[in-house]
Design a protein. Sequence first.
Length: 79
Amino acid sequence: MVIFLFWIFFSVLVAVWAKKWNQYTGWFFFGSLILSPLIAAIILLISGNGNPKCPRCKGRVEEGARVCMHCNQKFKATT
């Protein structure tokens, strides 16, 4: 029972980490529940930090974009 609780706890940690890196939290949470939190964390490390999000609408924007395609918010391009 304790191992199961640790498994869920580390799966939640992987999901929080995925959210910080602009990745899909649900996929990483359920993936870590099914596979392993360690394997999901390794996949997250390999996939890297996702595309940045628009500060206004929180939609994903392409790296280096100057205008958000969702809300037309203008911002400085990231390199």
